[in-house]
Each structure stands twice: as structure tokens, then as C-alpha cells.
Design a protein around this ligand. Structure first.
Ligand SMILES: CCCCCCCCCC/C=C\CC(=O)SCCNC(=O)CCNC(=O)[C@H](O)C(C)(C)COP(=O)(O)OP(=O)(O)OC[C@H]1O[C@@H](n2cnc3c(N)ncnc32)[C@H](O)[C@@H]1OP(=O)(O)O
Length: 285
């Protein structure tokens, strides 16, 4: 009975996908794609830098432009997802940090800050359809949304300490906004990657579903739960709750870039990043 119901919705969704989605052309950069459902007003923002949606400067700039366009169009919701079948996002593109061009390195971190501020503080309700692995920066993006739906058998988490890196304060605040403090602390110090089941259990994700289509439906349902809520009151409430986290970064944006640049340029950090990149490449062979 339940699967018949789900199938019924699936059919509905694929019909919607065919009939109601139009691209938001201004927001569709090379590495992101935005489609708006004309019936519901919900925008699906898809990261499309395959194979792993590594967050490099170009993808971050496209993401920011897309989020801003979705806000400008007063969409009823923003669903963040991936064009890959197995990876939501591999997090920051490590090649941006390894033997970096110094000016680009600053722009890169600045772009990440701006994407986080735009997504975490978005006036439009946000949800992530996590259709693949979501380590580090990928987890940051998903956790910045208000609701998360994940597919089974993937992993998600802030694994920075496992890489010998200290996650910046605003990564940690984002996590703490989602998880109970003690669980957030334990996970952050361990650099824990949660399986989909574990993520559901601790509340890092809100629902598990079998397919991306179902994930999109669940995200739409989350937005529909605001149908009787005043949108301005909704946004102001969210803004108040997230104000301190955002203000902290806004006040320290320049210092935060400097900290990042100085950290990344340390010879020991460069060495670790080099080894890590090599290990990823070896694994791929
Ligand atoms: C005191 C405070 C001071 C402030 C200091 C701030 C410090 C910085 C803070 C920010 C730090 C971290 C945030 C991050 O996001 S770091 C990135 C973390 N990401 C990961 O660890 C994930 C690594 N990747 C994987 O685990 C796997 O690739 C995957 C995502 C599970 C996918 O597995 P797969 O088997 O499907 O694909 P795979 O063969 O591994 O990869 C395909 C190709 O992609 C390359 N690649 C993968 N991930 C990355 C990446 N993050 N960056 C760059 N390149 C990546 C991989 O090498 C393969 O490449 P190729 O085909 O061999 O060329």
C-alpha cells in the first residue's frame, strides 16, 4: 500500500518534472543548473561539476549567483542537489588549496564565505536532497539548509580533523545548529563521517528515502508545511535564530580569510594536502 502510494507520487513527480519545470536561465551557470517548478514555485539548484562536485572557485561563484537569482525570483523554496548519482559534493576542491596562487586562494575562501552567508541566511526556505556522499564542505552546504533528505548507503559529516585540519568556527556553528551540542562536539573532534542511517538517528538528516525523485518530493512537502505561515514572519524568525552565527563571520570575514591563507600556506599543511591528493588519485586508479 505504501509503495503504491509512493509510486503514485513518483509518477506525479516525473510528470511534474516533464511538464512544469522551466530553467531559470540567468541562474544557470556552467556548473549549476536551476529549474523552477511553475506549479509550486520551488527551485531545484543542481550542482553539476562532475565527477564529484568539488567546490572550486568557479562552482562556488555559480552557486552564489544561483542562490541570489532564486531569492530575486521569490521562489517558494530552494532544493540543493547534485547531478551525480553517487556524490552530493566531495567538499572543497583540494587542488584550490595545494600549491595555490595566492590571490585566487583568497578569492576562493571569500567565495565560500559568501555562499555560506547566502545559503544559511536565505530568505527562501531551503532543503537539501542529498543523493550521494557528502563529506566536509558538502556537509557544510547540506547542513546550512533547513531540511535534509538523504538516500541510503552514503556518508555525511565534517571530517576535517581526520585530514589534520581545524574546521572554521562557522562550519562548527552550522553543525551545532542542526545537532545536539554534545553529539556535534563528539562528531567534530572525531571528524566523524555518519552513514545515512546514523545521520538519521542523530538528526543530521531529517528523512531517508530510496530515490532522488522521492527526496525532491519530501523537500517540496517540507516547503508545503509553511503554507499557513506568514513568509515574512517565517524569514524574520529564521534570521533571528541564525543571526549570531552569521554576524560572527561577517564581523571577522577579512581575518577569517587571513587565517585560512596562513594555515593553508604552512609547509606541513601543504605536505599533508599533497599526500591526501595523491591518495585520492591512487584510489581512483
Ligand atoms: C584555526 C583555524 C584556521 C582556519 C583554517 C581553515 C582550514 C581549511 C578548512 C576547510 C577544510 C576542509 C573542507 C573540505 O571540504 S576539504 C575536502 C574534504 N573532502 C574529502 O575528504 C573527500 C575526498 N574524496 C572522497 O572521499 C571521494 O573522492 C568521494 C567523494 C567519496 C568519491 O569517491 P569516488 O570513488 O566516487 O571518486 P574518487 O575516485 O575518489 O574521485 C574521483 C576524482 O575526484 C578527485 N577528488 C575527489 N575528492 C576531491 C576533492 N575534495 N578535491 C579534489 N579532488 C577530489 C579524485 O582525486 C579523483 O580524481 P582523478 O580522477 O584521479 O583525477
Amino acid at each position: 500500500m505504501q509503495s503504491a502510494l509512493i509510486n503514485g507520487k513518483k509518477l506525479c513527480c516525473s510528470m511534474l518534472l516533464k511538464n512544469c519545470f522551466r530553467p531559470l536561465s540567468a541562474a544557470s551557470g556552467k556548473l549549476t543548473n536551476v529549474e523552477i517548478n511553475d506549479k509550486t514555485g520551488v527551485a531545484v539548484l543542481t550542482m553539476n561539476r562532475l565527477p564529484v562536485n568539488g567546490l572550486n572557485l568557479d562552482l562556488l561563484r555559480d552557486l552564489l549567483q544561483s542562490i541570489q537569482e532564486i531569492e530575486k525570483n521569490k521562489c517558494r523554496g530552494l532544493i540543493l542537489t547534485s547531478a551525480s548519482n553517487t556524490i552530493f559534493s566531495a567538499g572543497l576542491d583540494i587542488t584550490e588549496m595545494y600549491k595555490p596562487d595566492q590571490e585566487r586562494l583568497k578569492q576562493f575562501w571569500n567565495a565560500l564565505q559568501d555562499v555560506w552567508l547566502a545559503l544559511y541566511g536565505s530568505a527562501v526556505p531551503t532543503a537539501a536532497a542529498i543523493n550521494g556522499h557528502s563529506p566536509a564542505g558538502g556537509c557544510l552546504l547540506a547542513s546550512s539548509c533547513e531540511y535534509r533528505v538523504m538516500l541510503p548507503k552514503y556518508t555525511i559529516g565534517l571530517n576535517e580533523t581526520q585530514l589534520g585540519i581545524v574546521a572554521p568556527k562557522w562550519f562548527m556553528s552550522t553543525f551545532r545548529n542542526v545537532l545536539p551540542r554534545r553529539i556535534a562536539e563528539q562528531a567534530l573532534v572525531q571528524g566523524k563521517m555518519f552513514t545515512s542511517d546514523e545521520a538519521l538517528k542523530v538528526g543530521l538528516v531529517d528523512e531517508l528515502v530510496a530515490s532522488k525523485e522521492e527526496a525532491l518530493i519530501k523537500c517540496e512537502k517540507f516547503f508545503a508545511s509553511f503554507s499557513k505561515t506568514d513568509p515574512i514572519a517565517r524569514y524574520l524568525t529564521k534570521k533571528q535564530l541564525r543571526y549570531n552565527d552569521m554576524k560572527e563571520l561577517q564581523d571577522e570575514k577579512v581575518q577569517d580569510v587571513e587565517n585560512f591563507v596562513s594555515f593553508v600556506n604552512q609547509p606541513t599543511v601543504q605536505k599533508s594536502l599533497g599526500f591526501y591528493l595523491e591518495s585520492l588519485k591512487k584510489k581512483a586508479k
